[in-house]
Design a binder for this molecule. Structure first.
Ligand code: C5P
Length: 228
């Protein structure tokens, strides 16, 4: 089935304080977005939709064309929205008619290994409606009330940390987003709320989301081959 990747890069990046929207902060020779797209274009694709903040469409196209190389004609750049879910919806609206499988990926997970894209796409091809990469939770998690008091524990063995790319049959994602009544922080939550089963595949430590300044340092040192 024809595969598209939607890369959401329309966040403001206020927690990173990088002086630009997060995806346009420097990493390697260019930007977080550029590095992310190098990984995306390592696999076979029919379309790549990049969702960016208003005013950054031109910058995004320059970086994306460079990362895409000969595959530049597969690129679509669109303007995002106020929330991640709105940005994903803008990306979905730009999908070409013959796309059947969609992977939604955070630009901020710039070092995601190509093998993770392959695992997610393979699970959708094998028949799953929705697939997410996850990692086991290593910390002990507490439920805490508004006053900062611990009100209970959570069984860690039942928890997993969700990453991206998250993969979907196109119709399932479209239906879930168009019917979503709340603003979900990931696409699998919208799809699960619409009543679909979501399956997991193994995520990867390298797929961490660049959120804070130390995360950016970690990404930079990983790219130099130094221990993170
Ligand atoms: O804010 P957070 O780190 O959870 O954002 C995850 C991803 O979603 C980032 O790649 C960010 O650029 C994207 N995003 C977006 N539009 C928004 C908010 C976040 O594309 N309005």
């Amino acid at each position: 089935p024809r595969l598209a990747v939607i890369v959401v890069a329309a966040g403001s990046g206020t927690r990173l304080r990088g002086g630009a929207p997060k995806a346009f902060v420097g990493l390697g020779t260019r930007s977080i977005l550029h590095r992310c797209l190098l990984g995306v274009f390592a696999g076979p694709l029919a379309q790549v939709v990049v969702v960016v903040p208003e005013g950054y469409e031109g910058d995004a196209l320059t970086d994306a064309r460079d990362a895409a190389g000969p595959a530049a004609d597969l690129l679509t750049v669109v303007t995002g929205g106020a929330t991640r879910q709105q940005s994903v919806s803008a990306g979905v609206a730009a999908l070409w008619a013959d796309v059947a499988v969609v992977l939604v990926h955070d630009a901020a997970r710039a070092l995601t290994p190509p093998a993770v894209f392959e695992r997610v796409a393979a699970a959708v091809d094998a028949g799953a409606a929705a697939v997410i990469p996850t990692l086991p939770v290593v910390d002990t998690i507490k439920r805490v009330d508004a006053d900062g008091r611990v009100v209970g524990g959570v069984d860690r063995s039942e928890l997993a940390a969700a990453q991206t790319p998250q993969g979907f049959r196109r119709a399932v994602l479209e239906e879930a987003l168009s019917g979503a009544e709340t603003d979900h922080t990931d696409d699998a939550a919208a799809v699960a709320a619409a009543g679909h089963a979501v399956v997991t595949v193994a995520g990867d430590e390298a797929s961490f989301k660049i959120t804070t300044a130390p995360d950016l340092e970690r990404a930079r040192s990983m790219m130099q081959g130094a221990p993170a």
